[in-house]
Design a protein around this ligand. Structure first.
Ligand SMILES: Nc1ncnc2c1ncn2[C@@H]1O[C@H](COP(=O)(O)OP(=O)(O)OP(=O)(O)O)[C@@H](O)[C@H]1O
Length: 368
């Protein structure tokens, strides 16, 4: 099969002046026709990656490839990418049609071609009939669609979207998430989308890059990232998690709060200190005798679809449980969970180290 890679970052570092590096030796690939999300807290370097792809800034070290050719020095207007900015950066003095037509006019396209392409782009974003409207007469969601039409009319290979939904209220934001995802599927253009909202990333992406402090902490499908977080940062950042200290007794057996639990993880040293992660929705409430673990309930909140129950085990570890069953503050309850619900993390492990460990472990096991 032909190589689907469009963009590749190879050991890219970005440093402004004498400040510490904003991106630190970052490598990844972006493939044709997929929806990528750069996810991470404020200041972690998401926008910097978009600016490097767009050509608004150059890397300090490393190489950026576009279809296998280095593009470090290629100016922004010569790249097959278009950006949708957070504030949409529409021209307030031009109507909808002229906003979308702008790039084609700059390129010197003929009027016939401009008419055809602008109408096609407006059809894609459901704005046919709005051509003569002024931007100030458009709602937030409609402006968003004009900005997208303005990007797709140039038929780029990649569209970069920098937190394009952050200005919208929650309901519209959810609608636009769905709309954007559908649009990307229909167009088949690669989208690289920036957000700091983990639910948005999980709902929309084919692949997520989780960033922190200028490094990619983990990349993978939403399910990979949610079910198999690589370290404490990812586990904490993506949804709520119980992260509790443990000791790996042997492969598939981890000890925590004085109890041994079967698990599905291996490849650790014997008696290695680890952290175990269990999602609150993977814990079920039972009687103290039937549970794998006992906690004393400290607080309980009703959240509409479930109760959010918080309690402590004998070692003082805090446990958060999402359950449709109620508990009583002060009572002892048992917690039951499947072995698959436990995810074991080595302390401070990077994605590279995690991959190496898994590889070494599976090689060793195949050799037996
Ligand atoms: N032109 C610049 N000169 C100096 N420092 C910069 C410049 N642009 C960005 N930075 C710094 O680089 C770091 C990363 O910024 P970046 O905008 O990439 O983060 P981000 O993850 O997109 O954050 P946010 O979600 O807040 O937009 C920040 O510490 C920021 O202050």
């Amino acid at each position: 099969m032909a190589d689907q890679t469009i963009i590749r970052f190879e050991n890219v570092t970005k440093q402004y002046d004498q400040d510490p590096a904003v991106l630190n030796d970052v490598s990844f690939s972006i493939e044709r026709g997929r929806f990528y999300t750069l996810l991470g807290p404020s200041g972690c370097g998401k926008t910097t990656i978009l600016r490097l792809i767009a050509g608004f800034t150059e890397p300090t070290k490393g190489k950026i490839y576009f279809h296998g050719k280095v593009i470090n020095d290629v100016p922004a207007n010569k790249r097959q990418v278009n950006t949708v900015f957070q504030d949409y950066a529409l021209f307030p003095h031009l109507n909808v049609f002229e906003n979308v037509a702008f790039g084609l006019r700059i390129k010197g396209c003929k009027n016939d071609e401009i008419n055809r392409k602008v109408l096609e782009a407006l059809r894609f974003v459901n704005l046919v009939g709005y051509e003569n409207r002024e931007i100030k007469e458009m709602s937030g969601g409609q402006r968003q669609r004009v900005a997208i039409a303005r990007a797709i009319v140039n038929e780029p290979e990649v569209i970069l979207l920098d937190e394009p939904l952050s200005a919208l209220d929650l309901k519209l934001r959810t609608e636009m998430q769905y709309e954007l995802r559908e649009l990307q599927r229909r167009l088949g253009i690669t989208f690289v989308f920036v957000t700091h909202d983990q639910e948005e990333a999980l709902a929309m992406s084919d692949e997520i890059f989780v960033l922190n402090e200028g490094n990619i902490q983990q990349s993978g499908t939403p399910t990979d990232i949610y079910d198999e977080p690589i370290n404490r940062f990812v586990a904490d950042f993506i949804g709520e998690s119980n992260i509790v200290p443990g000791v790996m007794k042997e492969d598939y057996l981890v000890q925590c709060a004085g109890k041994n639990f079967d698990c599905v993880d291996g490849g650790f040293n014997s008696n290695e200190q680890v952290e175990i992660v269990i999602r609150p929705e993977d814990l079920q409430i039972t009687s103290p005798d039937q549970g794998k673990l006992r906690i004393k309930v400290d607080s309980q909140l009703f959240r509409g679809v479930h109760y959010e129950i918080c309690g402590y085990d004998q070692d003082g570890n805090e446990w958060l449980v999402h359950s449709t069953k109620k508990a009583k503050v002060g009572e002892e309850i048992g917690l039951y969970f499947d072995s698959e619900a436990i995810h074991v993390m080595r302390l401070g492990e990077t994605e590279e180290e995690f991959d190496k460990r898994l590889e070494a472990y599976s090689e060793a096991n195949h050799a037996d």
